[in-house]
Design a protein. Structure first.
Length: 219
């Protein structure tokens, strides 16, 4: 299967990047430098007119959006068992993946890119200030999910096998440190994220993307 992943370092594209590396798939990683605006170039917009990452090209077909890409990779590499197969467990995993993607992720966007929501500097500042404590609450919810998984004997958020929920948890926690959250304030979550980061496939992606896990700076 011909696979090409368009990713940007530190973005949510980290999730499928890790899944592809875990699957041992033969794929081509292509870096898109968002900070340089490469996503708005004609060449990239021909691939994804929405100017977003990630994009996965599979046999020449374009797949966008984290939930869709993760489900495709789960079905393309069933041996990896990225998502549970039992109907209820699978639904619950997709429920959490959707929450990460449609609630936690956009809340961080309000902090990191408030210019998406207003062209007025004072409004942008208000948007960011309002979102910061909201994101902290969401990190608390994420920690509760880790605690629940541990209590039920699951080593990973989706159950017995590593998958997209775990990679996304790392990404969202890392973003939280950019938003002024000391990860040590969430000890269970932080320990879990460090476990995820210790996996060989995850380490390879962290190295390729040149990521620092903890970007928190005390004020």
């Amino acid at each position: 299967m011909s696979l090409k992943l368009y990713f940007s370092p530190g973005a949510c594209s980290f999730v499928p990047h890790v899944l592809l590396e875990t699957s041992a798939a033969d794929y081509e990683p292509v870096m898109v430098k968002l900070h340089k605006g490469e996503q708005y170039g004609d060449d990239y917009k021909a691939i994804n007119p929405r100017s977003q990452v990630p994009v996965l090209q599979a046999e020449g077909q374009v797949i966008t959006q984290i939930p869709a890409i993760c489900q495709f990779l789960d079905m393309a590499f069933p041996q990896a068992q990225f998502l549970p197969t039992a109907p209820l467990a699978r639904a619950k995993a997709l429920e959490t993946l959707s929450w990460m993607n449609n609630t936690v992720h956009p809340t961080f966007t309000h902090i990191f890119m408030p210019n998406k929501y207003s062209d007025q500097a004072d409004v942008q500042a208000q948007v960011k200030a309002f979102a910061i404590p909201q994101y902290r609450k969401l990190l608390g919810e994420l920690q509760s999910l880790v605690q629940q998984a541990t209590e039920h004997g699951g080593p990973w958020l989706g159950g017995a096998h590593f998958g997209p929920l775990d990679a996304y948890a790392l990404t969202l926690t890392r973003w939280g440190t950019l938003a002024g959250n000391n990860p040590e304030d969430f000890p269970t979550l932080w320990a879990f994220v460090q476990k995820v980061a210790g996996l060989p496939a995850v380490q390879r992606v962290i190295e390729r993307e040149r990521l620092q896990l903890n970007l928190y700076k005390a004020t």
